[in-house]
Design a binder for this molecule. Structure first.
Ligand SMILES: Nc1ncnc2c1ncn2[C@@H]1O[C@H](COP(=O)(O)OP(=O)(O)OP(=O)(O)O)[C@@H](O)[C@H]1O
Ligand SMILES: [Mg+2]
Length: 221
């Protein structure tokens, strides 16, 4: 089933700058005539967006770690089927704001669920799709949480803050988890310092990502 496109995921703790940077990169690639699909998890299509609302609603304090994990897997299965696989098969560059590494970092390193359970669920939900490149925007969770809180206060609509309300130690485990994943797959992960300015980070990401996109996709898209 795989795929002629190129799959890039963005990962990192709350507020590190993923959404800011992935949008800038999508604009940059599109402006250079490269066929790009920008999407996000949890969500990315109608059914998965409904699951997102459950997952990020701070009212859902009683959601158990296992139920949370399975909701992520369900949303991912739908998203891969409906959006990611078709776009890759059409030769697009797919940019996804969080993907399966987030589940390992948050639900295993953060919550303590056995990593093998998560790997099995990810295996089924991803249906053969895996990131070609993962941009890990790394910063101290104190910095990221402060930014995320400011953004939440300034934004109207549903307050997607169930994770922002977790204790700092949880976010520190998540950050360590991401860095650990990057040491396991150094060629897939690009670690970017998320404490620099938005412009500096964008230059670092765009330069290094464009260098990694296969020539064939520059030419045909
Ligand atoms: N490098 C930066 N320096 C200062 N502020 C930043 C930087 N990057 C992003 N911001 C601001 O911080 C806030 C959080 O950024 P953003 O939403 O991109 O983070 P995120 O990683 O997507 O967060 P979340 O994990 O909650 O989705 C936004 O208001 C954004 O404008
Ligand atoms: Mg975001």
């Amino acid at each position: 089933m795989r795929c002629v496109g190129f799959f890039i995921t963005f990962e990192g703790v709350e507020g590190c700058g993923k959404t800011t940077q992935i949008k800038l990169l999508a604009e940059h690639l599109t402006a250079h005539g490269i066929g790009t699909v920008l999407t996000r998890e949890p969500g990315g299509c109608d059914i998965a967006d409904k699951i997102r609302a459950i997952l990020l609603d701070a009212e859902n304090r009683a959601l158990s770690p296992l139920a949370e994990l399975m909701l992520y897997a369900a949303a991912r299965a739908q998203h891969v089927t409906e959006v990611i696989s078709p776009a890759l098969e059409a030769g697009k560059i797919v940019l996804c704001d969080r993907f399966c590494d987030a589940t390992v970092a948050y639900q295993s390193f953060g919550r303590g669920i056995d990593r093998r359970v998560i790997s099995d669920l990810n295996f089924h939900a991803c249906q053969g799709v895996s990131p070609d490149l993962t941009v890990l925007v790394d910063c101290d969770p104190v910095v990221g949480l402060e930014r995320a809180h400011r953004r939440i206060e300034a934004t109207s609509g549903p307050r997607e803050e169930r994770f922002e309300l977790e204790e700092l130690a949880f976010h520190r485990r998540v950050r360590s988890g991401y860095l650990h994943l990057a040491t396991e797959e150094p060629f897939r992960f690009l670690i970017i310092n998320g404490t620099e300015t938005i412009e500096e980070i964008f230059v670092a990401i765009s330069t290094q990502v464009v260098a990694r996109i296969p020539e064939a996709l520059h030419a045909v898209c």
